[in-house]
Design a protein around this ligand. Structure first.
Ligand SMILES: [Zn+2]
Ligand SMILES: [Zn+2]
Length: 140
């Protein structure tokens, strides 16, 4: 039996389940992730699409298609339209790999969300130091 984790947005309109372990947990310091999260960085875990199930509030989810990314690909950023919580993200490379990127701050159990990858380190806030053994990339 796969381990089950659950998560929800701040207002709890949207609830989801995560079955099994994340494939990767990525911290991203890019400007878009800072703007979308409203914070210093995003810490998201990549799950197999089949392991991510929205169990409540599908109609409360809105998706913003971010164009003009460095890669030129559209980044689909999904959030709760009631409380604004960032929930999950999708882009072509992830989709083709059968993965979805879920925000770790909305997970009920965050113990599996240790970073295994840190990207856009050259954009990292000056005051910020993260302690992990994962791979660090200056850009993407
Ligand atoms: Zn909400
Ligand atoms: Zn980013």
């Amino acid at each position: 039996m796969p381990a089950l984790n659950t998560g929800c947005c701040l207002c709890e309109a949207v609830k989801y389940e995560l079955h099994g372990k994340p494939v990767k947990c990525a911290v991203c310091h890019c400007d878009s992730c800072q703007q979308f999260s409203g914070s210093a960085f995003m810490a998201n875990c990549w799950y197999k699409q089949n392991d991510f199930k929205i169990v409540r509030g599908r109609d409360a989810i809105t998706t913003y298609d971010e164009r003009g990314t460095v890669s030129g690909l559209i980044m689909k950023r999904s959030f709760c339209k009631i409380c604004g919580s960032s929930l999950f993200q999708q882009m072509t490379q992830l989709q083709e790999a059968g993965l979805v990127s879920v925000t770790s701050g909305t997970m009920d159990d965050r113990s599996d969300a240790q970073p295994t990858l840190e990207i856009w380190c050259r954009n990292r806030r000056q005051w910020l130091t993260l302690d992990h053994q994962g791979e660090k990339l200056e850009a993407q």
